[in-house]
Design a protein around this ligand. Sequence first.
Ligand code: HEC
Ligand code: HEC
Length: 221
Amino acid sequence: MKLLSKVTVGLFTAALLFVGCGNDAKPTSQETVKPTISEESLGLRKTNLYAEEAETIGHQANYSTAVAGSGNMIKRAFQDAPPMIPHDIEGMLIITINDNQCTTCHMPEVAESMGATPLPSSHFTDFRPATSVNNEGRLTKNGKAIVNTTNVNMDDISIKSTGSHLAGSRFNCTLCHAPQSGDDLAVQNNFEPDFTNKDGASASSWSGTKLMEGLDTINGI
Ligand code: HEC
Ligand code: HEC
């Protein structure tokens, strides 16, 4: 009995010492990294992304199912922003060289009868200079040999009308135009556009010579 209590007291003391040592000892490198910002708080979803439990399911992209022609429109984000696609584009993608359904409704000659916004004049404008390599192996833009591919004077930029032919750089519509998800944003957007045109929220102002304002271009439209 006596021996047992001695052992117990001994163990107890040892335990106390151990705890004491534990407190006084320098923390290991893992202990020093006291997380002040939890991983869960870093994302927009304040949930454990590793567990991927029900609460971690992301917002579903909730695109408009309004068929083209139902009159659904989205306000432009800022003056001359590429408008968001307000209608369903199911079955219209991918755009290929032989199949661009967007043009079947948005080309100016058909747009009115389809109730669609016609493609603006910028989409019938070629901003790229004719570029080739001359006999001496030098890069030429609009027939002029150039030293650098970029030029601060912008005198190698040419603006030419492509007539009724859609400019190649505008062929892939969804490069710039995207559908808009109707979901509530986890973070609210407080941006307030300051439209320079009174109808800037619904129409592009890039037309005619406005495209060339301030640009010293080689060829005018
Ligand atoms: C069947 C005809 C049709 C097709 C095909 C079509 N659209 Fe549309 N689009 C419309 C109509 C009509 C509107 C006007 C809104 C409405 O009534 O749906 C519109 C509106 C838009 C707008 C908004 C214009 C604005 O003034 O805000 C964009 C951008 C757009 N479409 C892009 C596209 C793209 C990109 C494609 C191809 C992926 C496409 N559309 C295919 C008919 C069409
Ligand atoms: C390189 C980017 C780009 C591509 C590619 C492009 N657009 Fe646009 N689009 C814009 C921008 C920027 C605007 C607004 C400024 C302007 O008018 O150029 C616009 C404007 C529009 C408008 C509104 C016109 C108006 O008068 O308000 C329609 C409709 C449109 N685009 C449809 C299309 C369709 C359909 C295609 C494919 C055939 C296409 N765009 C390809 C950038 C692009």
